[in-house]
Design a protein around this ligand. Structure first.
Ligand code: CP
Length: 323
C-alpha cells in the first residue's frame, strides 16, 4: 500500500513561475504515483470523496477539460462543467460574481480557463476554494508544462526531475503561447537548456531574459537538440499578421519529413495539441514512432490527479493515503 505524505501548502496552482524546484519535483513524483494507480484494474481512489470540482472553461478545450474531468472522477470527486456560452457571463455577470456563486454552491475546486492573463490568480486571491489555472491568455498553462515535463522525464529515465544536460527546442509562436511560457519556467528550473526558434516577430530576442537562447535558424538547431516541442500558431490571440503566409511559415519553421532527418535518432517529438497538420508539423512526423504526442495526453491525467490531490489537500480536504 502506497501512502503519499505531503507537505504541499498551496491551495491553488496558477503558474509554474511561482513554484520552487522542490515543489516541481514533488508534483512530478506525485503524478508518477497516480500513473501507477492508472495501471490497476480499479483505477479509482477515494482521495477527494465528497469534494466538488467545477470545470469552468471560458475558452474552448478538448484535452485539458476532459482530463481534469477524468482526473476528478478517478479521485472520487463530483464534477460539474460550465462553459461561457451557457453561463450568465453572457448576461453580463462578472467573472468574480460567477466564481463567488460557484463557491456559494460549495465548489471546493475551480478549474479555470480564461482568455485574460491573470484571471486564475485574480480568483485565487479572492476565493477560499482551490483555483487551478487551465490556461490564462498568453500567460501560463501550468498543467500542460507539468505533463510535458513528466513525459520528457519518463522517456529519458529521469524521474528524479533532474534535466541537466538535456537540450529542448520550443518552436513556433512563442510570443502568444502560454504553453511556451510555462514550459520555459519548468524546464529551466529543472536544469534543462532551452532554445526558442521561430519567426523574429513571434520569437523576439527579448525572451532571452527568461534564461533561454533565441534562434531563427531551425535547420542549424535541429541536430543539437534532444527534444522538439512544436507549437501551433495562436491565431485567436493575434490581431495582425506576424508572417507573410502559412506556406512561408511552414517552409522555414515547420517540422517536415525532410527536416526531421536532421534530428538525433532518439530525439523526442512533442506537441501540446491541437495540431495544425501540415503547418507546424507534417502528419508523417506527428504520427511517427518518435512522436510522444499521445503520451503527453495520457500523462495529463496523472499530472492533473496530482495537482487536484495536492491543492485540495492543502485546504485540508484530501487524505494523504491514495490507496
Ligand atoms: N493542450 C491543450 O491545452 O489542449 P486543449 O486546448 O484541447 O485543452
Amino acid at each position: 500500500m502506497k501512502t503519499l505524505m505531503t507537505n504541499w501548502t498551496r491551495k491553488d496552482l496558477t503558474s509554474i513561475a511561482d513554484l520552487s524546484v522542490a515543489e516541481l519535483r514533488h508534483l512530478l513524483t506525485t503524478a508518477s504515483a497516480f500513473k501507477d494507480v492508472g495501471t490497476r484494474e480499479i483505477k479509482k481512489v477515494p482521495a477527494l470523496r465528497g469534494k466538488t470540482l467545477v470545470n469552468f472553461f471560458v475558452e474552448p478545450s478538448t484535452r485539458t477539460r476532459i482530463s481534469f474531468e477524468l482526473a476528478a472522477f478517478r479521485l472520487s470527486a463530483d464534477v460539474v462543467n460550465i462553459s461561457a456560452s451557457t453561463s450568465s457571463l453572457t448576461k453580463g455577470e462578472t467573472l468574480k460574481d460567477t466564481a463567488c456563486n460557484l463557491e456559494a454552491l460549495l465548489a471546493d475546486i475551480i478549474v479555470l480557463r480564461h482568455s485574460s492573463a491573470g484571471a486564475a490568480q485574480f480568483l485565487a486571491e479572492r476565493l477560499g476554494a482551490s483555483v487551478i489555472n487551465a490556461g490564462d491568455g498568453a500567460h501560463e498553462h501550468p498543467t500542460q508544462a507539468l505533463l510535458d515535463t513528466f513525459t520528457i522525464c519518463e522517456h529519458r529515465g529521469k524521474m528524479d526531475g533532474n534535466l541537466a544536460g538535456l537540450h529542448v527546442a520550443i518552436i513556433g509562436d512563442i510570443l502568444f503561447s502560454r504553453v511556451a511560457r510555462s514550459n520555459i519556467h519548468a524546464l529551466t528550473k529543472l536544469g534543462a537548456r532551452v532554445t526558442l526558434c521561430g519567426p523574429a516577430t513571434l520569437v523576439p530576442r527579448s525572451l532571452e531574459s527568461l534564461g533561454v537562447t533565441v534562434t531563427h535558424d531551425l535547420d542549424a538547431l535541429l541536430p543539437q537538440v534532444d527534444v522538439v516541442n512544436l507549437l501551433r500558431i495562436q491565431h485567436e490571440r493575434q490581431r495582425k499578421e506576424y508572417f507573410p503566409s502559412l506556406g512561408e511559415y511552414t517552409s522555414l519553421f515547420g517540422l517536415t519529413k525532410a527536416r526531421a532527418e536532421f534530428l538525433k535518432p532518439d530525439a523526442l517529438i512533442m506537441h501540446p495539441g491541437p495540431i495544425n497538420r501540415g503547418v507546424e508539423i507534417d502528419s508523417d512526423i506527428a504520427d511517427s514512432g518518435r512522436s510522444v504526442i499521445l503520451d503527453q495526453v495520457t500523462n495529463g491525467l496523472a499530472v492533473r490527479m496530482a495537482v487536484l490531490y495536492l491543492c485540495a489537500g492543502a485546504r485540508g480536504g484530501s487524505e494523504t493515503r491514495i490507496t
